[in-house]
Design a protein around this ligand. Sequence first.
Ligand code: NAD
Ligand code: DAO
Ligand code: ZN
Length: 370
Amino acid sequence: MRTRAAVALEAGKPLEVMEVNLEGPKAGEVLVEIKATGICHTDEFTLSGADPEGLFPAILGHEGAGVVLEVGPGVTSLKPGDHVIPLYTPECRQCEYCLNPKTNLCQAIRTTQGKGLMPDGTSRFSMLDGTPILHYMGCSTFSNHTVLPEIALAKINPEAPFDKVCYIGCGVTTGIGAVINTAKVEIGSRAIVFGLGGIGLNVLQGLRLAGADQIVGVDLNNDKKAMAEHFGMTDFVNPSEVEGDLVAHLVNLTKGGADYTFDATGNVKVMRTALEAAHKGWGESIIIGVAPAGAEIATRPFQLVTGRVWKGTAFGGARGRTDVPKIVDWYMDGKIEIDPMITHTLTLDEINKGFDLMHAGESIRSVVVY
Ligand code: NAD
Ligand code: DAO
Ligand code: ZN
């Protein structure tokens, strides 16, 4: 079939919206009509050329929601008409990783996904002249239609609005999951969240859901304060307005250090501050932010010797096929909020505007509706 997609032809260039060829689903694969997709910083990271693993030409996008149109041979868990969210972290429920409750990093299709290919080693997308176009994070939601492996699709409540729950495909799950699955925050905890953007706001609402008593938000941009308060922040700190040592300020504010701290900036200096602002003896610091290629973290080992714990999380530690449908239900039941974070809705033809809004710091999430 032919479909319309925003194609990343090369790094550092705007996406080009064009007609592309899409082959139908092979064994174990599913054809999905994407109804809406968020534009995430990771798409920007790859498009900018900063991602050392970025491959071109490719169809980016990994935060989508849509409807199953056709299933390939052997697909048993999905049928045409099902509403789904694509998963950049699949869940095969069979590999060594899926069978270990300590991780969500299913490895069943990792090698081919990293090369922009389907599990059989080929791409389903091509230009009208036949030139292959690569998949991205196994999702390619910047295409109106895409093909994914069955294990990379979560079946969701058909009543859920696509233009909101697409955000559960990355930002919402990453932020809330970091709190619930990775940190396992207890009721009454004190926490600090560094970076109050699309991920940090979801960490805030995860902390509120978990019953944290004190939720400190840290951001260089004072404009982030109002929205952060809406999502549960109890105290705001702008590091550029703190006189003296930021760690000492935060430790004092949290009466000895936070039980849990979260980096949602991707800045390795912030990651160090986050670790050192965690409580001596038991504080845990969770890295969510993706740092630039080659960046390294540092602290004095004595910080760990004296009981602080450094951890990281991918996709909020969520097992997509199991957890994503539950998070959609939390949204439908009013337990979590998404709507205020969708600040801009665009058409596919306007997709590059979404990247401009992100660069200008004017959006939390821009969503393309097909
Ligand atoms: P964003 O740009 O919307 O938000 C980042 C926020 O950090 C902004 O509000 C900015 O003002 C603030 N900030 C920047 N430098 C700061 C500093 N030195 N001190 C305090 N605040 C600072 O980005 P986002 O969409 O929320 O993404 C955050 C990070 O999470 C990115 O690195 C992204 O790649 C990463 N991410 C990780 C995962 C995962 O699974 N681990 C998933 C998605 C995104
Ligand atoms: O299994 O080795 C692996 C890869 C896991 C990829 C997890 C990516 C999480 C962070 C990237 C940001 C996603 C938008
Ligand atoms: Zn697996």
